[in-house]
Design a protein around this ligand. Structure first.
Ligand code: ZN
Length: 233
């Protein structure tokens, strides 16, 4: 259809390079949250391309150049593709993710990372756990596009809290080899995160044992303790 979207705008130059390489014209910006490293290119790109800026309703005042404010269950169309919006507060108060269900892709900003999750700047742990669960409820083969390559650092923490998780151990070896070769580790998948990301595994007996949480503690409390330990790791 000629429509082209970018999810978040950390920098203008690499986005322009990618557009030029394909000969595409930018028609949409989909913002996940207000942080500067996600919206800093909004105004310049809008000036150059006249693109429409879509962003979270609950951060409307903090998204430069916003045209369309969206929240839970809204649907945004880009060409022939449709994304359902989920509210995922925690990292910021109005953070959203964009789920292209038919394409099995979700753009999660700073809510979830490979083997990690976003820091809790504007929400508490139960709120963030509720947000993470929305992503984990998507089909296992859904590709998860997180916004930062934090995988290797996250892997060190994950191993420290779940050293006996065999899938985690082998994933960390794969990640280290990929990074050594200069290969990105994003996207990941819902299935991989369910198997290896401690923030998606509060039910894990091994995790609970390592961080001193009892078998009858609720998942949100285990998630909170995991996040607290990562903040101090
Ligand atoms: Zn952020």
């Amino acid at each position: 259809t000629g429509d082209t979207a970018v999810v978040d705008t950390p920098e203008v130059a690499p986005i322009e390079e990618a557009l030029a390489l394909k000969g595409w014209k930018l028609t949409h910006i989909l913002n996940t949250h207000h942080h500067w490293d996600h919206t800093g290119g909004n105004e310049e790109l809008k000036k150059r391309h006249g693109c429409k800026i879509v962003g979270p309703k609950n951060e409307r005042e903090r998204i430069p150049g916003i045209d369309v404010a969206v929240g839970e269950n809204d649907v945004i169309e880009v060409g022939s593709f449709a994304a359902t919006v989920f509210d995922t507060p925690g990292h910021t108060s109005g953070h959203v993710v964009y789920h292209f269900e038919s394409e099995r892709k979700v753009f999660v900003g700073d809510t979830l990372f490979a083997m990690g999750c976003g820091r809790l700047f504007e929400g508490d742990a139960p709120t963030m756990w509720n947000s993470v669960r929305k992503i984990m409820a998507m089909p296992g083969d859904t590709e998860v596009f997180c916004a930062h390559e934090y995988t290797q650092a996250n892997a060190k923490f994950a191993l420290s809290v779940e050293p006996d998780n065999d899938e985690l151990v082998s994933r960390v070896a794969e990640v280290n080899a990929a990074r050594e070769a200069g290969v990105p580790t994003v996207p990941t998948t819902v299935a991989k995160e369910l198997a290896t990301n401690p923030f998606c595994r509060p039910h894990s007996a091994g995790l609970r044992a390592t961080i001193g949480m009892s078998a009858d503690a609720d998942d949100a409390a285990v998630f909170a303790e995991t996040r607290r330990r990562k903040d101090n790791f």
